[in-house]
Ligand binder design. Structure first.
Ligand code: TPW
Length: 544
């Protein structure tokens, strides 16, 4: 086999299901092998940020590597922001970039797409990937590919593979995957004993689950663990939507001052807070009513478990959850919380009044909750802006969203990546500002049979920024007519100005398969979701 095939088979063996990409001359030979070998399906999009977001979302929803293939320089550097987001939020993405071939630097000319030095791109990617390889030696390539893909899965973070353009067709051996390193069972047992001792002694323990749980495919095991522990479970802001399929889903997301007082009180008054797979970001904890003292938490993340002042290293999350579960089944701990009643958070808003009133963001949450009760759950792909805060009120369903890195432009391509990898129709929530960035990727839907439902929160503004700084005129975007553009891209568009029109548009969209459905929800200026209002007030209070 040749080097490109060896790489493609290795990607498939490590769980990758498809490749998103945009070719260029440095990567044309690799793309030729992708297409002609049919080892993995290829989906080309229109702009590299979207390629990155689609691959990231595919990785997030499936827990296996999401692959993005691009050309050198103009392609790969155009995708830096998306990969940075995947790095920050721990998404196992594989970046494959073409590169200059051997001796191409010897001409004395600068090479097109070269930024500074020929390896500037590799240096830039070192900062936002957890392992890198340049496949410039066909003998060493299989071992390098195996190492890099093992890192991707172990760290659940992006990795970078550069394929020089003269290497794709070189003869190459198949890749032998590297088995995960064995866990130190004694350390694991000691760690489990300590965690259970703390939880057993606690009077007000709370379990908060975060995105790592999904990255490592641990939702089912964790649901079982949570029900056996019998302690209240919440998610982090980023983890909203986790354990959606569980018989006893979490109480909801913890949003500090921006969220439900019941959940905020529970978390902030916990005497032992068990943060399982939670990233310690400001979006997860920045607007706490009462500062959470991390010294009194148990924090399992990044292959480490920290309790108070000490840390167990090299404890993978999956091994920790399995060991906790095994111990609890063998010796059920005498928890202090037996029989205690937990406060019930308010139910998610539902029952939209379909009248002639204008649409507020919370009406969209209500309408979507109603829709999911009637037609079943749909996975969400959410952008940044008030749509993200509104989505906190949507009942338990899987979601992908850049909840911490907070890059705009994620929602639409993420929804495409989600459908490509899972076959499930996505419900995309996006603001008009973010839609201006990557909304045009919807034009790729007809070629691949994708048919997401897209709700554009059109307030003709960068509304979130406006809520922080109302005096600035630059936040006014003017009223673009997005729904009228849908037909030209092969989908159906409709403008909804009232709650009745919104309910009607959603019902029609669900009933129409095979074409993307764009619903432009017209939101009057200044109208915000209740969650965003509380968030803005909290941030103001904290910075006053
Ligand atoms: C890639 C900064 C955060 S929120 C926001 C901006 C510009 C406004 C979003 O406007 P939109 O939604 O989409 O109309 P809404 O609800 O606020 O009206 N560039 C990038 N990412 C971010 N986060 C910004 C700028 C930003």
């Amino acid at each position: 086999m040749n080097l490109a095939e060896s790489l493609l088979f290795a990607l498939k063996d490590h769980g990758a299901r498809q490749i998103f990409g945009i070719p260029g001359d440095f990567v044309l030979p690799f793309f030729k092998v992708i297409e002609e070998s049919s080892i993995l399906p290829l989906y080309t999009l229109s702009h590299e940020p979207a390629v990155g977001f689609a691959a990231d979302a595919a990785a997030r929803i499936s827990g296996v590597p999401g692959v993005a293939a691009v050309t050198y320089g103009a392609g790969a550097l155009n995708m830096v922001n998306a990969v940075a987001g995947a790095y920050a939020e721990k998404s196992p993405m594989v970046v494959i970039s073409g590169g200059p071939g051997r001796g191409e630097s010897g001409s004395g000319w600068l090479l097109h797409h070269q930024a500074k030095r020929l390896d500037s791109q590799l240096h830039i990617y070192r900062e936002i990937t957890c392992d890198q390889a340049r496949l410039d030696d066909a003998v060493r390539a299989p071992a390098e590919i195996a190492r890099v893909l093992a890192s991707c899965l172990r760290e659940t973070r992006p990795v970078y593979i550069e394929v020089p353009r003269d290497m794709s067709m070189k003869l190459c051996a198949p890749v032998v995957p590297i088995a995960p390193e064995p866990v130190d069972e004694d350390a694991l047992a000691a760690c489990v004993t300590e965690i259970l001792a703390r939880l057993t002694a606690a009077r007000r323990p709370v379990l908060m689950v975060g995105v790592e749980v999904r990255r490592f495919g641990q939702e089912e095991a964790l649901a079982e663990l949570a029900s056996r522990l019998g302690i209240p479970v919440v998610t982090s802001f980023m983890g909203c939507g986790l354990l959606a399929e569980s018989a006893t889903p979490p109480m909801g997301p913890y949003l500090g001052m921006a969220g439900s007082p019941e959940i905020t009180g529970l978390v902030e008054n916990a005497d032992t807070l068990f943060l399982l797979g939670v990233i310690l970001s400001d979006t997860n904890f920045g607007v706490s009513q009462r500062q959470i003292d991390l010294r009194h938490t148990i924090h399992a993340n990044d292959r480490q478990v920290t309790l108070g002042f000490h840390t167990y290293s090299d404890i993978p999350l999956a091994a920790l959850i399995a060991a906790l579960l095994a111990r609890i089944i063998a010796q059920p701990p005498p928890l202090q919380t037996g029989g205690r009643r937990f406060p019930k958070p308010p139910p998610c808003p539902a029952g939209l009044v379909a009248d002639d009133h204008t649409i507020a963001p919370d009406d969209i949450a209500r309408a979507i909750n109603d829709l999911m009760v009637r037609h079943g759950r749909m996975p969400l792909a959410v952008d940044v802006g008030d749509c993200l805060f509104t989505s906190m009120d949507i009942d338990h369903t899987h979601r992908v969203a850049p909840g911490y890195y907070a890059t705009m432009g994620f929602g639409v391509p993420a929804g495409l990546g989600l459908q490509a990898t899972s076959g499930r129709r996505a419900l995309i929530l996006v603001g008009d500002g973010a839609f201006q960035m990557t909304g045009w990727e919807l034009g790729n839907c007809p070629r691949y049979g994708w048919d997401p439902i897209v709700v554009v929160f059109n307030n003709a503004a960068w509304g979130m920024l406006q809520s922080f700084q109302p005096e600035s005129a630059f936040n006014h975007l003017g009223e673009w007519n997005f729904s009228s553009m849908a037909a030209g891209m092969g989908g159906d568009g409709v403008r909804a100005r009232t709650r009745a029109e919104l309910a009607d548009a959603l019902a029609r969209a669900v009933a129409t398969r095979g074409r993307f459905q764009l619903i432009e929800a017209m939101i009057p200026p200044g109208e915000l979701s209740a969650t965003l209002k509380r968030y803005v007030a909290a941030v103001r209070r904290m910075s006053a």
